[in-house]
Write a protein that binds this ligand. Structure first.
Ligand code: KG4
Ligand code: ZN
Length: 341
């Protein structure tokens, strides 16, 4: 429970290939959450096919909202505000969720709250199931490491809704690197979970892949690492050797995790923060979680797995703080496909 005004929020998330809805109380207590994944539809293309994604959202959005309200044993009339992801994401997908949210807010006569998807990944750290005890609330100042399919960045938060970007990737996002390297070594989409699984049997020291430290900055770069894996794969293939997939996966994963962990620690020490938040799809990675939870000298908040990858509960959490702190929106808001924090 926060000391801000109480409110119940219904939130919608459709930025990529998940149609999601959630009902959340007071920014933290999750009453219901539904995520309809389109993963099977896109797997055959080896990635998300934007046109197909929008059309799947159109099909799923109303059933997903109805299912979520039913699970919460509530109606639209019980909500104080409706939130939706406004960006960043696929424009055609965002439009479906934002317009549904506008319709619901108009119908219920409650405010509309546009939420930044990345802000949602950070606020996932506030969530807990309504029937479980709340974990400690993140304390400011904090450093948030955001690692998703489209973004990798470090942000300093001195208070709610204030983000100072300390650094970001100069090329591929961490999740994108997992997805591309998985494809290179013959593992299925989505690459993050496939690499994690393959790496279990592998030796993380088998290949000495490069770490881009980019000294003196909090920026990241993963394209050199990806190229190093590609070169190794070509070398092994030219020799006619079978690919040591597990060793390649484990060595690649270790290189990504080491840089993410060390650079976050440097930022946390430099800014003398109280806490660290790790959010975004890549925060579901077991090796990354273990590094932060066992080695960090700060209090680390990493959401439970189900709140790491895209969901609407996190959008509801960010939406609550926006609403409670007076940042509501009018019916004239548009989607913002590129909307940095
Ligand atoms: O946050 P998210 O669900 O969607 C975006 O906002 O992009 O992140 C998706 C990304 C994908 O690149 C996926 O491969 C990665 O998160 N991911 C993982 C794991 N689970 C998902 N990466 C590493 N290890 C995982 N276990
Ligand atoms: Zn995401």
């Amino acid at each position: 429970m926060t000391d801000l005004k109480p409110a119940r929020i219904l939130a919608i998330e459709t930025s990529c290939d998940e149609t999601a809805c959630a009902v959340l109380e007071n920014g933290r207590a999750l009453l219901a959450s539904t995520v309809a994944s389109q993963m099977d539809v896109h797997a055959r293309y080896g990635g998300v096919y934007p046109e197909v994604a929008s059309r799947q959202h159109v099909l799923s959005i109303v059933p997903v909202i109805e299912e979520t309200l039913a699970k919460a044993h509530m109606t639209l009339g019980d909500m104080d505000a409706v939130a939706a992801t406004r960006g960043p994401g696929l424009a055609g997908s965002l439009v479906v969720g934002l317009n549904a949210a506008k319709g619901l807010a108009l119908g219920a006569g409650v405010p509309l709250v546009g939420v930044n998807h990345l802000e949602g990944h950070i606020y996932a750290a506030w969530l807990h199931a309504a029937n479980e005890a709340p974990p400690p609330e993140p304390q400011f100042p904090l450093v948030a490491l955001l690692v998703s399919g489209g973004h990798t960045e470090l942000n300093l938060m001195e208070n709610h809704l204030t983000y100072k970007r300390l650094g970001a990737t100069l090329d591929d996002a961490a999740g994108e690197a997992f997805d591309k390297v998985a494809r290179l070594i013959g593992l299925p989409y989505p690459g993050g979970p496939s690499i994690q699984e393959a790496a279990v049997e592998g030796d993380a020291a088998a290949f000495k892949f490069p770490r881009a430290w980019l000294e003196g900055t909090y920026n990241f770069s993963f394209s050199g690492l990806k190229t190093a894996v590609l070169k190794e794969v070509k070398r092994l293939e030219a020799q006619g050797s079978p690919l040591p997939v597990a060793d390649l996966a484990a060595s690649f994963q270790a290189a990504v995790v080491e840089v993410l962990f060390e650079k976050t620690m440097m930022a946390a020490r430099k800014h003398d923060v109280k806490d660290i938040i790790v959010g975004g799809g890549v925060s579901a990675n077991k090796t990354l979680r273990e590094a932060f939870l066992s080695q960090a000298e700060f209090k680390v908040h990493i959401p439970p797995l189900k709140y790491c990858t895209d969901n609407a509960a996190m959008v509801a959490a960010a939406g609550y703080f926006r609403y409670a702190l007076g940042h509501t929106d009018g019916m004239d808001i548009d989607v913002l496909p590129a909307w940095p924090l």
